[in-house]
Design a protein around this ligand. Structure first.
Ligand code: SF4
Length: 256
């Protein structure tokens, strides 16, 4: 190949690569004019590598990579010991109000872990969670994406005791380390987070549902979808469509 032909090819490659390569690569241009075929090959390889990186970046943009990866406070404690600790907990003011401590229920390891905000009065009275109208509604949602509440799901809340109203931040902060370890032990394939308070506390942020929905978060490398709490959707039926969109994403992630 003539040197001129070679240079033309290199110029074309550089034009192609201009948008993908950083300045430090373009400083190599001089070397490329004293081109050898193996340089063109490595040039192409590098271009391909940069394109791949762009692809990966584009995929990552759909993920919010802001979750902790370090071990939880309860480190190596097993599921039953953690449950025992929680069932004897009086760490926060909710201990003075609750009738029951509702740790969580379901299968482990789970295909899906559903995490809500906290037990309501009815749940506190019945020592159970996701019961009543909103619980039944949640089971219907899961059924719609062919997820069996009895065989595939583990249910819990970010706080384990009813405190008479929405849990205060100090209640959430006291209880959160239990959830961290619980997630590790349940080891779900996908997490469905129900409501703004649960999501903001899990991801240590303060965003509205509009900003959280439609994204795939990760928590300890587990993909998470944020959607409205079923109780809120019962009060606001126009949120049914966005919930359905979120559930379809959950199904896709389960099937990956
Ligand atoms: S809400 Fe959590 S931290 Fe507070 S008493 Fe109940 S289990 Fe303990």
């Amino acid at each position: 190949m003539s040197k001129l032909k070679h240079l033309e090819e290199v110029e074309n490659l550089l034009k192609l690569a201009n948008t993908a390569f950083s300045d430090d690569y373009l400083t190599e241009k001089k070397d490329l004019y004293e081109i050898k075929p193996h340089k063109v090959n490595s040039f192409l390889k590098r271009k391909h590598f940069e394109e791949k990186k762009e692809e990966i970046r584009a995929t990552e943009n759909n993920y919010e990579l802001n979750s902790p990866t370090k071990k939880s406070e309860f480190g190596d404690i097993n599921y039953f010991d953690l449950e025992k600790i929680v069932l004897n907990c009086s760490k926060c003011e909710a201990a003075n109000f609750r009738k029951n401590i509702i740790f969580g229920k379901g299968v482990r390891p789970a295909t899906l872990m559903a995490i809500g905000e906290g037990p309501g009065r009815e749940e506190d009275n019945n020592n159970d969670l996701f019961i009543g109208k909103s619980g039944q509604y949640l089971h219907k949602w899961l059924e719609a994406i062919e997820v069996n509440s009895n065989e595939d799901v583990y249910f819990t809340n970010i706080v384990k005791c009813f405190s008479g109203s929405n849990p205060t931040q100090s209640i959430v902060d006291s209880c959160f380390p239990y959830l961290e370890r619980q997630i590790e032990l349940v080891n779900p394939k996908v997490i469905l987070i129900l409501g703004k308070i649960a999501a903001n506390n899990i991801f240590k942020q303060n965003l509205g549902m509009k900003d959280m929905r439609g994204k795939i978060y990760t928590y300890k490398r587990i993909p998470c979808i944020v959607t409205y709490h079923p109780a809120a959707v019962l009060r606001n039926p126009h949120w049914r469509r966005p919930v359905w969109e979120d559930l379809k994403k959950v199904k896709q992630l389960i099937e990956i």
